[in-house]
Design a protein around this ligand. Structure first.
Ligand SMILES: [Mn+2]
Length: 208
């Protein structure tokens, strides 16, 4: 079984991404699962997207959608998401790409092809979580990228442990059913980016 390496909520912090990647001694069969929120807030959203794409030259990479990519993708057809994009870090993304239009010109295909979740025998990787009242195939796309307390403070019935980001914790959130690894990278200057290495039932955290 390969190792799975989960990284989420990078938020334009290329330096922290490079730092955490340099501390992981990646093997050729490791599978990287990037769980969304590549952009917004930090200074180099474009560089972060380029770097996660570059990792696919060495490893199998899965790219999930986060709430910030969801807001970006819906910003031109929906006023609410337009507000979210421009008020929750979007200007930093626009600055890094040079213009709003450039985001789509340069990485439109990447953003359009992001997946909502990645499922293995033991794990479900997803940006925010699931509504615990519904099976996986009935999940609402907005919940999968935005849900917080209803997911975090409930049990769920999936056989897989859920690996999630989106909601920040001071240290990784761990219970019997789930692990949250967003520690506020991009939002707080001193918050590290955290990678979770899942190696045959063992869980190891690596910090930028
Ligand atoms: Mn986030």
């Amino acid at each position: 079984m390969p190792r799975y390496i989960a990284i989420t909520d990078i938020h334009g912090e290329l330096g922290k991404l490079e730092s955490v990647l340099s501390k992981i001694e990646a093997r050729h069969d490791d599978v990287f699962v990037f769980m969304g929120d590549y952009i917004d807030r930090g200074a180099d959203s474009k560089g972060v997207v380029e770097r996660v794409i570059a990792q696919s030259e060495k490893n199998k990479c899965i790219y999930l959608i986060g709430s910030h990519e969801y807001a970006y993708l819906h910003s031109q057809k929906d006023e609410y998401y337009n507000f979210l994009f421009w008020n929750y870090g979007g200007p930093a993304t626009v600055k890094s790409y040079g213009s709003f239009e450039n985001i789509g010109k340069i990485h439109g295909e990447f953003f359009q092809n992001l997946q909502y979740y990645y499922l293995t025998d033991k794990y479900l990787f997803i940006h925010a979580g699931i509504d615990p009242n519904y099976p996986l195939e009935k999940q609402d796309e907005v919940d999968m990228v935005y849900i917080r307390h209803k997911f975090i403070y409930s049990k769920h019935n999936l056989p897989q442990k859920i690996i999630f980001g989106h909601t920040e914790f001071e240290k990784p959130y761990i219970d019997e059913y789930k692990i949250g690894i967003d520690l506020g990278c991009g939002k707080y200057k001193n918050s590290p980016l955290c990678a979770l290495i899942l190696d045959n039932g063992k869980e190891e955290f690596v910090y930028s």
